[in-house]
Design a protein around this ligand. Sequence first.
Ligand SMILES: Cc1ncc(C[n+]2csc(CCOP(=O)(O)OP(=O)(O)O)c2C)c(N)n1
Ligand SMILES: [Mg+2]
Length: 724
Amino acid sequence: MAEPIDEYFTETISAMSGSARRHADDEPMRAGSRLTARVCLALFDVQLGSRHLDLAARWLRAQGRGYYTIGSSGHEGNAAVAAALRPTDPALLHYRSGAFFLARAALVDGREPLRDVLLGLVAATDEPISGGRHKVFGRHDLRIIPQTSTIASHLPRAVGVAFSIARAKKLGVACAWPDDAITVCSLGDASVNHSTAVGAINTALHSAYQGVPMPLLFVCEDNGIGISVKTPGGWVEQTYGNRDGLAYFSADGSDLPATFEAAAAAADYVRTRRRPAFLHLRTVRLMGHAGSDFEPAYRRPQEINADFDRDPVLCTARLLIDEGVLTPVEALDRYEAKRAEVIKLAGEVAEATQLESAEAVMEPLSLSLEEAIAAAPASLAASVRSTGPDEPMTVAQGINRALDDILDRYPEAVVFGEDVARKGGVYGVTRGLLNRTSSARVFDTLLDEQAILGLALGAGVSGLLPIPEIQYLAYVHNAADQIRGEGATLQFFSNRQYRNPMVVRVAGYAYQKGFGGHFHNDNSIAALRDIPGVVIASPSRPDDAAAMLHTCAAAAKASGMVCIYLEPIALYHTRDLHEDGDEHWLATYPTAGVPIGRARTYGDGTDLTILTFANGLRMSLRVARRLESAGIRARVVDVRWLAPLPVEDMLREAAVTGKTLIVDETRETGGVGEGILAALVENGYTGAVDRVASADSFIPLGDAALEVLLSEETIEAAAIKLAG
Ligand SMILES: Cc1ncc(C[n+]2csc(CCOP(=O)(O)OP(=O)(O)O)c2C)c(N)n1
Ligand SMILES: [Mg+2]
C-alpha cells in the first residue's frame, strides 16, 4: 500500500521551483550555522536511507518476509546528532534511530549499514550485531550498544558507561571508550516518564552534583505521543528545561541545521565540562507507531496530515532546494535512487537464512556458560594477598577476604552499593575494604537498586569488573529488569560482541534472629532463577563462600557472565553447627575455586540423600546427626549453584540411596525445590523422592516467621517418613 507520506514528498518537491542561489560545498547552510552544504547533503542521503528502510520494512512485512516495522520516520533529524558526535562516543539508542545509525556508519567505514538494518528486519543470521536474534540498532565497531525494547531500560547503563570513562582512567585500566568520549542515550517523550529514566537522570545529576565526571548526553526525541497517548504539551520542557545541574538544549528536530547546532552545542558542553546535558528535539511521528498500528483510531486525520509538512526528509530537501544545493529534480532523483537501492537490497536479503535450531539461537548463552565453567581458578594461591594466619573464618569473613583478594587480583574490580564503603556493609561484610584499597574502587552509591545495577552494567561493558551489592534480596525486585532485560540479554542480542561481566552480591534468605520481617528475610529467588544466561551462586559454608566468589569473579571476567551471588545473612556470623562452641561452621580459606555447577557432599550415608543449599544445609546437617541416633544414615548434598543446577552430582548422589529428600528454604511454589525435583525426574532418577519447603507466605516479623519457614522438625519428620 502506498504510504501517504511517500506520495506527499514527491508531490511537494515536484511542485517546487529551483532557486537561483548557488551554494559552495563548504559554505554553511545558514548564516552562523556549522552545517556545510557538503555535510547537509551527506546527512540528507542518510535521512533518505532511513526513510526508505522504513518503507522497505513494510514491504517486507507485506511479503511475509520481515518481522519488524517500528520505524524512524519523523525522527530522521537524529542523523545530525550522530554528526555532532564522534564515532567513538558510546551510544545507547532509542528504536527510532535509523538515521543516527546510518550517519555514524558513514563516518566509520564503507560497510553497508542499509543492508545491516534490512538483515535485522528479516532476522537473518548474517545480521552483524545480533546474528538474527533481534532487530536492534547496534554495532561493535560503531560503539553502538544494542538495546532491547523495554522503554528507558538502557538509561541506567548509560549512566554507568558515562561514569566508567573517567573511573577506568583513574584506575589505570583499559577502557572501551577514549578518555574524552561522551556517552549518548536517546529516548522518547513518553519514556521520559518511566521510573527508569527518571532514576537514571537523577543518578547522573546526583553524581555530577558531587563532582563525579558524568559526560552523558540525554537526547529526548519528542514526537508528542507514546503509541496512542499524548504527552501533555510542554511537559518535557517544563520537567527538564530548568533542572539544576542538567544543561538543556532544544531544537526543531525537522530542521537539520538547527538540530546540528543544538546537538553540537550540547556535545561540546558535555565533552568539555564532563557534566550531563539534555537535548530536547521536537519531532513528528510519521506512519504511526509501527506497521500494525492503525493511527486514525486515535488521531484525527487533520492532526496526522499536519505532521507531513514537518517531515524531516522533506524539510531537508526543501532547504537544499531553497539554497540552490539541489534542484527539485535532483532531490527527487536522489529520493528515487535511494528507494531503488534499498528495495534491491531488501529483495536480496528477503530469503536470507534465519537461525534454524535451538542450539543456534542459544549459542551465545551456551558459549558463555562453557567459558564461565572453565574459568574456576584451579589455585587461589596467586590471588591471595591476605597473608594473615590461616585461621578458621565465618562466612562473612570468607566473603570479606575473597573480596579483598579479588580487588587485588583484578585492578579493574570495583565494589559498590548502599553502605558498603564507610560502614562496611549492614553486616560488616565489606568492612575494611575501603581502607585497604581506595574510594575509587570501594564506594557507596545512592539509594536506588536500579541505579546500582545500571552502574554495574555500564562499568562491565566499559572494561571494569563490577561487584555491586544489593542490600537485601527483596530489593532485587525493585530493579530486576536491569538484570533480566539488560544484563542477561546483552550477550544474546549482540552475539557476544558486547559482554556484561558482573558479580551481583545479594544478602538474602531468612532465619535472621531478632531482626526480620518480609523485606529482610525474603526467601524467593524465583525472579532470578529462570533468567537465561545468569549464574546463581548460593554458598553456605565459609570456604565455599570465598571459593565461589573467586569463581564468579573469574567467570565474569573470562566470559562476561552475569553472576548473582546470594549470601545467607543468617549464616554470616555463625560459628557453630551442632553445639554451642563446637565451631563447626568455621572453615579455613580455600585453596581453589569451586567449579560452577558442582555440588558438595557431606557424609557417606546410604539410607537417605538430602539435596539442599544455604540455611537448608546447616539445618540438614543438624538433622542428619539426629537421624543417626534413629538408625538412619544420610548424606547431605549442598547443591551450591542454583543456576545451573549441578544435575550430574545430584543424580549420582540421589541414586546411591534411592531415597531423596529435597530441603528447600525458598517457597513451595516457584522455589528452587521444584527445579531440583524436575531435574531428578527428567534425568532418569527412579527412586523415592519428597520435598519440603517454606510456605507460600511472606515472612512476618518476630517468632511468627518460624511458622512459615521450613524448620528442622519438618525436615526430620519428612526424612524419617522417607527413610524409615
Ligand atoms: C517498560 C515498557 N513498557 C511498555 C512498553 C511498550 N511500549 C513500546 S513503545 C511505547 C511508547 C513509547 O513512546 P515514546 O517514549 O514517546 O517513544 P516513541 O515511540 O513515540 O518514539 C510503549 C508504551 C515498553 N516497550 N516498555
Ligand atoms: Mg513519543
